[in-house]
Ligand binder design. Structure first.
Ligand SMILES: C[S@@+](CC[C@H](N)C(=O)[O-])C[C@H]1O[C@@H](n2cnc3c(N)ncnc32)[C@H](O)[C@@H]1O
Length: 186
């Protein structure tokens, strides 16, 4: 209950940055983590919030110390640090994180799981975020995005530019708001 109140307080302050009136619920979180398995090397969650999708990712067998979480909101980042003390948590803007990824980690990302509200961003920032994500993906890398509209919020022009594929991975009405999960892959 306390987490929901913290979420609502932040949603009132930063509605466009949070993008959803409540944290993602279990069914949608499980869909977002549906292609995680213990054999994947590098999983990054963008916009981890208070860690609902993170719980689903960890249930699929990723070791906490191998999981990389990015969250701009300082209060949420502290909650993430308390809940997942061994995870690698970056409390910074996702663009900064992606720009520095290769320098910091010297590897590619196999799976990006994004709760970032892409529709709230201006077109240039959205394209930059998506292009940087693709640049950091490994050969068979995948990008999962949650949206609250049927339309995929990952830009078509980036999909075309990088010759990517996209697929509606799932939809659930059992989420507030109802959620669509898109998969973008090489
Ligand atoms: C729709 S919420 C999803 C939160 C969580 N993953 C969940 O499903 O409950 C979006 C999250 O992205 C974070 N966020 C938004 N813009 C961001 C940015 N530019 N860099 C890092 N995090 C950002 C917000 O603070 C918020 O926690």
């Amino acid at each position: 209950m306390k987490l929901i109140l913290i979420w609502l307080k932040n949603w009132i302050k930063y509605p466009l940055v949070l993008g959803a009136v409540l944290p993602t619920q279990k069914f949608a979180s499980d869909l977002m983590a549906s292609e995680v398995d213990g054999k994947i090397n590098t999983v990054v969650e963008l916009g981890a919030g208070t860690g609902q999708i993170t719980n689903s990712i960890l249930k699929k067998g990723i070791k906490e110390e191998n999981l990389i979480l990015v969250e701009i909101n300082k209060e949420f980042s502290k909650i993430l640090k308390d809940k997942f003390p061994k995870a690698q948590i970056y409390s910074e803007d996702v663009i900064t994180f992606l720009e520095n990824f290769e320098k910091r980690f010297n590897k590619r990302i196999d799976l990006i799981i994004s709760g970032i509200p892409l529709v709230s961003l201006n077109k240039n920032i959205r394209n930059k975020l998506c292009e940087l994500s693709v640049d950091n993906l490994s050969e068979f890398g995948k990008f999962f995005q949650i949206t609250y509209f049927i339309r995929c919020s990952f830009p078509n022009e980036v999909i075309k530019k990088y010759n990517l594929s996209k697929k509606l991975k799932g939809f659930t009405p059992f989420n507030i708001p109802p959620a669509f999960i898109w998969k973008i892959y090489k």
